[in-house]
Design a protein around this ligand. Structure first.
Ligand SMILES: [Zn+2]
Length: 130
């Protein structure tokens, strides 16, 4: 898998996320607990991301598209997405994951565009807003 990470816009994600084969990975750190999150997203904080890649792979079994984001998707989101892509490349594990994407403008852009934000405290978030 190439190290170039593609971006997806909030509008694209909004229509894609109803599909069962997509996983949204929130790599923000403590902000998730007070800023809310995209419903159904998994939380893998960037701080400890490298140690938890194998947990993440377990968590996304059956998904073929992973969308990473942080607050702005400028540093943490793309960095974690690249780490994840390199891990897949190195281990050559057959995970069935076909694309690793980054949400353009991150959570803040998502929220600023008025897209649905979940404020539950469930881990993992089971939210499925329409
Ligand atoms: Zn939630």
């Amino acid at each position: 898998m190439a190290q170039t990470i593609s971006y997806i816009t909030g509008a694209q994600l909004l229509s894609l996320r109803r599909r069962p084969n997509i996983a949204i990975i929130d790599v923000r750190d403590e902000e998730r607990s007070y800023d809310g999150h995209i419903a159904g997203s998994l939380h893998y904080a960037s701080d400890t991301f490298s140690d938890k890649i194998s947990d993440l792979i377990q968590d996304v079994k059956g998904k073929d598209t992973l969308v990473f984001h942080c607050a702005l998707s400028q540093v943490r989101g793309p960095t974690c997405a690249r780490k994840f892509a390199s891990h897949l490349e190195e281990t050559k594990e057959d995970t069935g994951i076909k694309s690793v994407l980054v949400l353009e403008r991150g959570f803040n852009g998502w929220e600023a565009s008025g897209r649905p934000v979940c404020r539950c405290t469930d881990v993992p978030c089971k939210g499925k807003t329409t």
